[in-house]
Design a protein around this ligand. Structure first.
Ligand code: F6P
Length: 551
């Protein structure tokens, strides 16, 4: 009998595949060829190596690739059975083999009337039922019809959650602030550090405050600790009236039992399902704060954006498929150049939390050391994603990207239109995007530096080697729909990479050990009497020192 893991594993190990070996040889041949030469040899390259789909334009010409590279990478995708893995995800197969779950965030944005079944149930109907419930609730809060316990309308919304139950909501709120109802204020409490909660509620009136307790499991230490502090704060402010909880707390979770235990009426609970991974959940009920901020119509537009890219990913040929190309280019640098990181650089202030969001999406998904069948990989998996909005990064870490010793492929993200047109600002912003990709790719030779009259001793310092690769992703304007497209683009790029590496991009066992050890250390720290400590000498000493310091 074969196990599920075996049936989802492609037969040939990655490093034994024909395309992998050809890519290794090919890398030896073209890896050091300079982008200056690649562009000089092909005057149309900048127009040719582009793809536009669903309103997203990708220029991937400033990558250290030739036509053959793209063909070989696509061959690798085919040998890795990417197409059948995509189909398996969309079909609702339990591709998250270690948790025996389907991976169906694509169902969260499937249009009404579509059918995707999990264990015989059409989940699309359930998705739309929850969306309707969220819309009804959002309309009541936004119109002021929903009153707090003392009869005042809600003015402050606080999402309490962490990881996927926080990063998506914060990112989307910031990204779509332009479309948000400014009468409402939004806060996001995630850290178990009490400062996060204290600062969020500072100067808020409990009578006008709504808490959304967002947790897939409703057992997460940080979220439950903050939720209990929120409960205490609210009760203290509203005369200890337990009945006030129903008017000021709602839950987003898959765990109705724990929600009820906490004291939230399950009528005020917005559900989702175990086939939605935390880091893939911003378009589920976890996005309730987003819907409250931008309204149901904009939220549905965001879902439509996600869906457009889902369909593109599912159907477009690989050489015109945006997420597949992005994923394959990431593989090229990660596995053949040994690049360890990818910088994501949005030239759009509203996307300031996008890199932080992507960190969980990419690194919790693809930070894995074994394949689906548990074999230790003998190649690098997920790179480190990081970034900051431009142009701020230019005055900080770009120095290292331009002249340091590491290869850092960059994704530049920009929009044709500004949401806040202000004099020449947007032209300057976009000029910087194009200038950076040009400077990274082509650099400045010693001859060019000398020709500027630079003294010889200073020349090496002022040389830009160039040959630093980048993608440029352009869209018309940051709208709810565009945001959905962008997020789906990266979700499916992550999928593409995970499929090639044969890893499970949908579990996260790596977070468990630290959680379990913290649960063991908490009572040791709080014990009234000196506890017996049986950790290593460093951990024992740190615990003792802290116990001593806190008295
Ligand atoms: O950090 C691990 C993790 O399980 C994430 O995957 C998840 O997004 C986060 O914790 C929060 O989990 P929950 O929504 O269950 O509180």
């Amino acid at each position: 009998m074969t196990t599920q893991a075996q049936t989802t594993q492609v037969s040939e190990p990655l490093t034994k595949r024909t395309a992998w070996n050809k890519l290794q040889t090919h890398h030896k041949e073209i890896g050091e060829v300079h982008l200056r030469n690649l562009f000089a040899d092909d005057p149309q390259r900048g127009e040719r190596m582009t793809v536009e789909a669903e309103g997203i334009f990708l220029d991937y010409s400033k990558n250290r690739i030739t036509n053959e590279t793209v063909q070989l990478l696509i061959k690798l995708a085919e040998e890795s059975e990417l197409r059948s893995r995509i189909d398996a995800m969309f079909r609702g197969d339990k591709i998250n083999v270690t948790e025996k779950r389907a991976v169906l965030h694509v169902a969260l944005r499937a249009p009404q009337g579509a059918s995707i079944t999990v264990d015989g149930e059409n989940v699309v109907q359930e998705v739309h039922a929850v969306l309707d419930k969220m819309a009804d609730f959002s309309n009541r809060i936004r119109s002021g019809e929903w009153k707090g316990f003392t009869g005042k309308p809600i003015h402050n919304v606080i999402n309490v959650g962490i990881g996927g139950s926080d990063l998506g909501p914060v990112m989307a709120y910031e990204a779509l602030k332009h479309y948000s109802d400014r009468k409402l204020t939004f806060q996001f409490v995630s850290n178990v550090d009490g400062t996060d909660f204290a600062e969020a509620v500072h100067s808020l009136d409990p009578a006008e405050t709504l808490f959304i307790i967002s947790s897939k499991t409703f057992t997460t230490l940080e979220t439950m600790t903050n939720a209990h502090s929120a409960r205490a704060w609210l009760l203290a402010g509203l005369g200890g009236e337990e009945k006030s909880i129903a008017k000021h707390f709602v839950a987003v979770s898959t765990n109705a039992t724990e929600v009820a235990k906490f004291g939230i009426d399950t009528a005020n609970m917005f559900g989702f399902w175990d086939w939605v991974g935390g880091r893939y959940s911003m378009d589920s009920a976890i996005g309730l704060s987003t819907m409250l901020a931008i309204g149901p119509e904009h939220f549905r537009a965001m879902l439509d954006g996600f869906h457009q890219i889902d369909e593109h990913f599912r159907t477009a040929p690989f050489d015109r498929n945006l997420p597949v190309l992005l994923g394959l280019l990431a593989i090229w640098y990660n596995n053949f150049f040994g690049a360890q990181t990818v910088a994501v650089l949005p030239y759009e202030q509203y996307l300031k939390r996008f890199p932080a969001y992507l960190q969980q999406l990419t690194m919790e998904s693809n930070g894995k050391h074994v394949t689906l069948d548990g074999t230790r990989v003998n190649y690098a998996t997920g790179p480190i994603y990081w970034g900051e909005p431009g142009t701020n990064g230019q005055h900080s870490f770009y120095q290292l990207i331009h002249q340091g010793t590491r290869l850092i492929p960059c994704d530049f993200i920009a929009f044709d239109k500004a949401l806040n047109p202000l004099g020449r600002h947007h032209d300057m912003l976009l000029a910087n995007v194009f200038a950076q990709t040009e400077a990274l790719a082509f650099g400045k030779t010693p001859e060019q530096v000398k020709a500027e009259g630079t003294p010889d001793w200073l020349v090496p310092h002022r040389v830009f080697e160039g040959n630093r690769p980048s993608n440029t992703i352009l869209a018309d304007k940051l709208t709810p729909q565009t945001l959905g497209k962008l997020v789906a683009l990266y979700e499916h790029s992550v999928f593409t990479q995970g499929a090639i590496w044969q890893i499970n991009s949908f579990d996260q066992w790596g977070v468990e050990l630290g959680k379990a050890l913290a649960q063991r250390i908490i009572p040791e720290i709080e014990s009234a009497t000196e506890p017996p400590l049986t950790h290593d000498s460093s951990t024992n000493n740190l615990i003792r020192r802290y116990r001593g310091a806190k008295g």
